[in-house]
Design a protein around this ligand. Structure first.
Ligand SMILES: *Cc1c(COP(=O)(O)O)cnc(C)c1O
Length: 374
C-alpha cells in the first residue's frame, strides 16, 4: 500500500489484486471450507487451512479495513456484538474489572449487567462516560478495560476519548472504543489514544443493510488473542459471502459518509426549527450537550439523531404518513430509517433516526408532509 493514499483510494485498492486464476478485476467469492495442506502437514506454512479460522474473503477484508482504521491488525467476526463481547471475553478473566458507558449497545449492556458479574466473576461498572471525573473515580486496582461507545447508541452521547485514554493508561488499563456510529471516517480513535477499536461493519462500513459483520483493530499481539478466542474457539467467524459484500460496500465509504453527514445536519436543523418538534439530539447542533467535545474530536457528525413530537400521542400516525423514511431498526444503510426507541431501564422513549444518502430535499419534504398531517 502507498501510505500517502487517501481514504477512498485505500478503501478501493487495499486488499485487491487481479484474480491470478482468471484475471478478474474483482476478488472472487471463495466458498471452500478447507484448503490444501502441504505434504508435511505444516498448517503454518499455508495462509488458509479451515474456513472458520480464516478464509480468503475475510482476510482481504481485514487488510482493507486495517488500512482505513489503523491499528497493527484487524480481525473480522460474524457480527458487531461478537467483535465487542468476544474481545472482552478474550482479554478478561474472573476477578478483573471493566468500566463501560451506560449508554451502549443493548447486547453489550446485557453482557456487562448480567452474564459477566453473575456468571463469570467479572466486575463491571456502567456509568456516564461523558463525565470524565466519574470514569477516573470508578477505577479499581483490577480495572483492565475502559470501554466507550461514542457516539453512543441510542442517545448520541459523545465521550472525550483523549481524556479517557489518559486515565486508562495512567492505571495500566486498555481503552476500547466502539466507533460504529462514527462511520469510521468522522473520528480516529487511535489518534486520540484508543488501544482497541471495534465496529459493527453491518452499519456504515457495509453501508447497504445487507450483510452482518464485526471488526476489531489493535496491536498484533492482542489481535492474535482475539482471533484465536473469538473466531477459532468460539466460532464467531464471518461468512465469505458477507465479507465479500462488505468488501464491495466499503469501497464507497468516504463518499457515502460525506452525504450522510451533510444530510443529517440539514435534517437536524430542519427538525429543530419545527414547531411540532419537542427536541432534537444531534452532535452537530449547538444544542447537543456534548457539542464542544464532538467539534474537537469528530470531523463531521455522522448521521444518527433523536427527536420527538410535542404531541407524543401522534408518534405512530407520523410514522404511518412517511413515504421515504422506512420504519425499521438498524442504521448506516442507504435508506433513512426511523423507529421509536424505548429504554428498558429508564422508560424514556423518542424517535431514533438513521439519515440515509437519499436527496436531502426529499427527506425534508417527507418529514414536512408527515408533520403537517399530525
Ligand atoms: C449495531 C451495533 C452493534 C452491534 O452490531 P451487530 O453487527 O448488529 O452485531 C454494536 N454497537 C453499536 C454502536 C451498534 O450500533
Amino acid at each position: 500500500m502507498n501510505d500517502e493514499w487517501g481514504l477512498s483510494t485505500r478503501s478501493i485498492h487495499v486488499g485487491w489484486q487481479p484474480d491470478p486464476a482468471t484475471g478478474a478485476v474483482k476478488r472472487p467469492l471463495v466458498m471452500a471450507n478447507s484448503y490444501v495442506l502441504p505434504p508435511d502437514g505444516d498448517w503454518d506454512a499455508v495462509p488458509f487451512g479451515y474456513a472458520r479460522d480464516l478464509n480468503p474473503n475475510a482476510r482481504w477484508l481485514e487488510e482493507r479495513l486495517q488500512a482505513l482504521e489503523g491499528g497493527e491488525d484487524c480481525v473480522v467476526t460474524a457480527s458487531g456484538v461478537s467483535a465487542i463481547n468476544g474481545t472482552f471475553m478474550a482479554l478478561l478473566s474472573s476477578g478483573d474489572h471493566i468500566i463501560c458507558s451506560d449508554i451502549s449497545y443493548v447486547s453489550v449492556r446485557t453482557m456487562l449487567l448480567e452474564h459477566f458479574p453473575k456468571r463469570f466473576g467479572i466486575e463491571t461498572t456502567l456509568l456516564d462516560t461523558s463525565d470524565v471525573a466519574a470514569v477516573a473515580a470508578a477505577i479499581r486496582p483490577n480495572t483492565k478495560i475502559i470501554h466507550v461507545e461514542t457516539p453512543g447508541n441510542p442517545t448520541t452521547r459523545i465521550s472525550d476519548l483523549a481524556a479517557i485514554a489518559e486515565i486508562a493508561h495512567a492505571h495500566g488499563a486498555l481503552l476500547t472504543v466502539d466507533s460504529t456510529w462514527s462511520g469510521l471516517t468522522t473520528q480516529h480513535p487511535f489518534v486520540l489514544g484508543a488501544d482497541i477499536v471495534m465496529h459493527s461493519i453491518s452499519k456504515y462500513i457495509n453501508g447497504h443493510g445487507d450483510a452482518l459483520g464485526g471488526a476489531v483493530f489493535g496491536p498484533k499481539a492482542l489481535m492474535d488473542v482475539v482471533r484465536l478466542f473469538v473466531v477459532k474457539d468460539m466460532g464467531a467467524c464471518i461468512s465469505p459471502f458477507n465479507a465479500w459484500q462488505v468488501m464491495r460496500g466499503v469501497a464507497t465509504l468516504e463518499l457515502r459518509m460525506a452525504r450522510h453527514n451533510e444530510n443529517a445536519m440539514r435534517v437536524a436543523e430542519y427538525l429543530e426549527a419545527h414547531p411540532k418538534v419537542a427536541f432534537v439530539r444531534y452532535p452537530g447542533l449547538k444544542s447537543h450537550p456534548n457539542h464542544a467535545v464532538a467539534v474537537r474530536q469528530m470531523h463531521g457528525f455522522s448521521s444518527m439523531l433523536n427527536f420527538d413530537l410535542v404531541d407524543q400521542s401522534k408518534r405512530a400516525e407520523f410514522i404511518a404518513h412517511l413515504k421515504v423514511f422506512v420504519h425499521a431498526v438498524s442504521l448506516g444503510h442507504d435508506e433513512s430509517l426511523i423507529f421509536v426507541y424505548t429504554d428498558a431501564t429508564t422508560g424514556e422513549s423518542f424517535y431514533r433516526v438513521s439519515i440515509g444518502i437519499e436527496n436531502v430535499e426529499d427527506l425534508i419534504a417527507d418529514l414536512a408532509q408527515a408533520l403537517a398531517l399530525c
